[in-house]
Design a protein around this ligand. Structure first.
Ligand SMILES: Nc1ncnc2c1ncn2[C@@H]1O[C@H](COP(=O)(O)OP(=O)(O)OP(=O)(O)O)[C@@H](O)[C@H]1O
Length: 587
């Protein structure tokens, strides 16, 4: 077990694994010793000493029976160890997902999850079986080599001629395939992600009559994966061929040496044949070594990826929740905030914004200007690079994440509903809510009218992701969830999609219920929302360049007023990114 893999072995499985590895070493050596019995047996048989040969059959038959039992026993041990290891990795995986910074999920990291869960965990846990094959392919020939050297050192050396060539083949295979293996893994991950994306995009693609256009990305990823797999096979060929060549040379050397010794009367022909058979038994398992080396590298690479995931630093948590008592109001303040996504340019450059308690603040700005980023920093998906985000006067970094998150409710644009009933989905915001509280939240968010039309009513399931509901209906359920949660601060990303008049009116009524007496920060995409907000913050160049009510900002005749005039002229809201003037979306 190599260092990387050993590091992932669960603590309570280390001792059983050590015992198992010891047992398979013993098994491999014993297998070699059992093969060695062939030498006296065959010699006696070929010399016509059948009684002696018969005596040697007894230990060989006993070894076969014991070997059969040991094989079964070790196989069941391996299965138990591998299953326990896999279970532990899944548990650690689940625990890790709970503590990963939320920002990790919307970065590239989340795309690697399926491959980590399905491929890497299985490969690491499966290395228990690999260890058996590998140790067998090393120790059985090593035992036979010692026996052969003891019986006839000349034939032993001839057989061992393969070893340097096999070692060179292993090194060559590792060097040539390292890059190809990494590229193949990246291509498999990408193709998997594209496939999931393609499946999820089916409704949109078909509605737009763009089935083929949507396929292009998937086809490209599959073609890339095919190329990467072919390159990996090609890269592995020289190592395999060299290993094979080494073995053929060793067979030839063994035979030639045996024949030479027999013809020069150095060795009886019967003994020569028996020893050559032992030599062939020595060489045979070496054949598998190059392939097993590739499997081991694959398991090590999987272990490295899992280690990388387990090593992602959780955002530092305060050791005590004492600062929670200092929260004096439900307002949020961002002070001189600087932030860049890992490896990206600075998105927020000294942003200062005060979001007063119990009021609605609309955030407007060009697409990609950093509005969503502001909400993510308030919820501490990421930590700021400089400056502070305060909730009720307390730095969010000084609040335990559970304390922070229980004060926040989110209503995202792409609302995700679980495949349960509407009620389940509303209760999800607050698991201990009573039926009456859930129904009340549903009524205030105008969800009861959705339930009325669902076949099965409250008992109807909404489908995975809420696909049986329309976008507006999903958002109403999300608003009901937030109402049920009753958090004092709501972070809301208003839907950009056009809603039918009935849904539009229902969503607005629901939002009005949500906003009453709560602190709301809304990424506003609708004219009504912007105009009605208590204050509008205009985001440009990573800063809040204007802040005030609709009337104030119009009177100031700055960015907002310019955008407003633009909007009146064009009848639209959103200005293209790069335009110095700012604006949300069509009202
Ligand atoms: N997870 C991420 N990793 C790296 N960069 C990101 C990430 N999320 C957003 N960005 C980048 O940060 C910048 C700000 O994005 P953000 O989503 O905050 O803008 P926005 O104003 O909400 O845009 P929109 O109105 O189009 O939703 C963009 O350049 C975006 O590409």
């Amino acid at each position: 077990m190599t260092g990387r893999l050993r590091g992932l072995v669960p603590a309570d499985q280390r001792a059983p694994l050590r015992r198992y590895l010891g047992a398979i070493c013993g098994y491999a050596v014993a297998e070699g010793a059992a093969f060695a019995v062939l030498a006296p047996l065959l010699t006696a048989l070929l010399q016509g000493r059948t009684a002696t040969a018969g005596r040697w059959v007894i230990p060989l038959a006993a070894a076969a029976v014991v070997g059969w039992w040991a094989h079964y026993y070790l196989g069941s041990r391996a299965l138990r160890l591998s299953t326990a290891w896999r279970r532990d990795l899944y548990t650690r995986f689940g625990d890790r997902l709970l503590t990963l910074p939320l920002g990790w999920f919307d970065a590239a990291g989340a795309g690697t999850l399926p491959q980590l869960v399905t491929g890497d965990v299985a490969r690491v846990a499966g290395s228990v079986f690999l260890a058996q094959a590998l140790l067998g392919a090393i120790l059985t020939p090593a035992t036979l080599a010692v026996v052969l050297l003891a019986l006839d050192w000349r034939l032993g050396i001839a057989a061992l001629a393969a070893i340097p060539v096999v070692l060179v083949a292993l090194g060559l295979a590792r060097r040539l395939t390292a890059r190809a293996e990494a590229a193949d893994h990246a291509a498999i991950t990408d193709a998997g992600a594209r496939l999931v994306e393609f499946a999820g995009a089916q409704p949109t693609l078909r509605a737009a009559g763009q089935n083929e256009a949507g396929r292009a990305e998937l086809d490209r990823a599959l073609a890339a994966q095919h190329r990467a797999a072919r390159r990996q096979v090609i890269a592995s060929l020289p190592g395999e061929y060299l290993g094979e060549l080494g073995l053929q040379l060793a067979f030839t050397a063994l035979l030639c040496t045996g024949v030479a010794l027999a013809t020069h009367d150095q060795l009886g022909p019967q003994r020569m044949i028996a020893l050559v058979v032992v030599g062939i038994s020595l060489l045979r398992p070496l054949d598998a070594l190059v392939g097993l080396g590739a499997d081991l590298r694959g398991a090590q690479a999987s272990a490295a990826r899992l280690e990388e995931l387990f090593a992602v630093a959780a955002l530092p948590e305060p050791t005590s929740s004492a600062d929670v008592a200092r929260i004096s109001h439900a307002g949020v303040d961002l002070v001189d905030v600087h932030f860049a996504y890992p490896g990206g340019p600075e998105v927020l450059r000294g942003l200062t914004l005060s979001i007063p308690a119990g009021r609605t603040t609309a955030l407007v700005g060009v697409s990609g200007g950093g509005k969503t980023t502001v909400t993510r920093l308030i919820a501490r998906f990421h930590d700021v690079d400089a400056g502070t985000v305060r909730l009720g006067g307390v730095d969010v970094r000084e609040l335990p994440s559970a304390e922070l998150l229980c004060r926040l409710a989110f209503v995202f644009q792409d609302v995700y509903l679980f495949d349960g009933t509407v009620e389940d989905n509303i209760r999800f915001g607050r698991p201990d809510a009573t039926d009456a509280q859930v129904r009340e939240a549903a009524r205030r968010a105008r969800v009861d009218s959705i339930v009325a039309r669902l076949p099965g009513g409250w008992a109807a399931r909404v489908g995975e992701g809420g696909r049986l509901l329309s976008g507006g209906e999903r958002q109403r359920v999300a608003i009901a969830r937030a109402l049920c949660r009753d958090a004092p601060i709501v972070l809301l990303d208003e839907a950009t999609a056009a809603l039918d008049p009935e849904n539009e009116a229902a969503v607005h009524a629901a939002l009005a219920e949500l906003a009453a007496e709560r602190t709301v920060l809304v990424i506003a995409h609708r004219l009504n929302t912007v105009v009605r907000a208590d204050q509008i913050a205009v985001l440009a160049d990573g800063q809040v360049v204007e802040c005030g009510s609709h009337a104030d900002l119009l009177a100031r005749d700055g960015h907002y007023a310019a955008f407003w005039r633009d909007r009146e002229r064009a009848g639209g809201w959103r200005l293209p990114a790069g335009n110095p003037q700012v604006g949300p979306v069509r009202g």
